[in-house]
Write a protein that binds this ligand. Structure first.
Ligand code: SF4
Length: 374
């Protein structure tokens, strides 16, 4: 007998998670989610890890959905005090049809003029497309779809099984097309690229081609994370359903190590992705959404340029010192309260050199970027 889903309503004390600064991947500074647990139940989902899941039994993750019934009110209060920045928000698993909390949280963002970023496997998000258009016109809205395979993949059925109740990838591409036609920036998050199942060139290129054909502007990719109870859970799944893959995964994920697709192998995959992106005219980085009139718009643009440089240097395997110099400079510029262009106008290059972690040579680089931006 299939297990029944249980919804557990409760009232948490907080809803908004705040990071010190925006990440260099999705560019989000905040996050807020209405549910704990996910009915889609993808077998690889890192949210089963102990630090994210409220359950000791990894199986409960897909069947016991905790519903934060006061999420919109909590968000309204939190945004009242927060500086405007991009929020990673929402969750369009089937529970959303019944509780509509993602929609209500988006309404709060619209009310407070906060930009939003949503990452989805479900086309249910189309229900709220007009609301997203409204947010896009006042602040910014970005919708990325998680897609790791296509109808053409030889592993199509296997990956559909692994993604359990998540709607198939062709539905996500159709939704992407509608989101793009509505004038909202969209793209694909190829996460997690499962070793031996979806990291082959043909599949990578097909996802990128279909993203471009559907109006997507970017893809982001990363490997699979397996930690603590989620590692045991996923290995059990492989043992039962895909035993031929066990030895390859044991090699990728040796006991005690949580990450697999890192190092030279991952860099080769990432460079292939870049090559396919160039061929199909999209980016392998998500363009940073910046609100019109943001007084720190130039700071944010320079941070984006430095962060992209860091990513390139990581793929080129340059020295860690060089990478850290740019990363720390990006953080320092992100942390500035002041408009960096104004600082430069008032104090020239000497002012730039005074910003922490910007030495003489990086100050020169920042100066050139500011001149280009005029
Ligand atoms: S849709 Fe996302 S959150 Fe839900 S189970 Fe799949 S990977 Fe996890």
């Amino acid at each position: 007998m299939p297990r029944k889903t249980e919804f557990i309503s409760y009232k948490p004390k907080t809803i908004l998670n705040k990071n010190k600064r925006a990440d260099h991947w999705f560019w989000t500074r905040y996050s807020a989610y209405p549910y704990l647990g996910c009915q889609h139940g993808c077998e690889f989902c890192y949210c089963r890890e102990q630090k994210f899941s409220p359950y000791d039994d990894a199986d409960d993750f897909a069947y016991k959905i905790k519903v934060k019934e006061n999420a919109p009110e909590l968000l309204r209060k939190a945004l009242f005090r927060a500086k405007t920045d991009l929020i990673f928000i929402g969750d369009y698993q089937p529970a959303e049809r019944k509780f509509e909390l993602s929609r209500k949280m988006l309404e709060v963002c619209r009310e407070r003029n906060f930009p939003v970023f949503i990452l989805e496997r479900s086309p249910l998000i189309l229900r709220d497309i007009e609301l997203l258009q409204d947010i896009e016109s006042r602040a910014r809205a970005v919708v990325a779809f998680s897609i790791i395979h296509t109808k053409n993949s030889p592993n199509y059925e296997k990956i559909n099984r692994i993604e359990r109740l998540a709607p198939p990838p062709e539905k996500r591409f159709e939704a992407m097309e509608k989101i793009a036609s509505a004038g909202i920036m969209t793209g694909t998050s190829m996460m997690p690229l499962l070793p031996e199942l979806c990291d082959d060139d043909a599949n990578l290129e097909d996802i990128i081609r279909q993203t471009a054909d559907s109006g997507g502007r970017f893809v982001l990719a990363s490997g699979l994370t397996l930690s603590d109870q989620q590692r045991a859970y996923f290995f059990n799944y492989l043992a039962e359903r895909e035993p031929q893959l066990l030895s390859a995964y044991e090699e990728c994920y040796p006991r005690g190590k949580s990450y697999g697709a890192v190092g030279d192998k991952w860099c080769r995959t990432a460079l292939k992705i870049r090559e396919f992106c160039e061929k199909h005219g999209i980016s392998d980085r998500m363009p940073r959404p910046i609100i019109d009139g943001d007084k720190r718009a130039k700071n944010k643009r320079i941070v984006e340029i430095f962060a992209n440089k860091v990513y390139n240097m990581e793929l080129e395997r340059v020295s860690k010192n060089q990478i850290w110099a740019y990363r720390k400079a990006a953080w320092a510029i992100e942390d500035m309260e002041q408009d960096i262009a104004l600082l430069y106008r008032m104090m020239g290059i000497k002012g730039l050199e005074k910003v922490p972690d910007i030495g003489k040579s990086l100050a020169k680089e920042v100066e050139l970027l500011l001149i280009e931006m005029v």
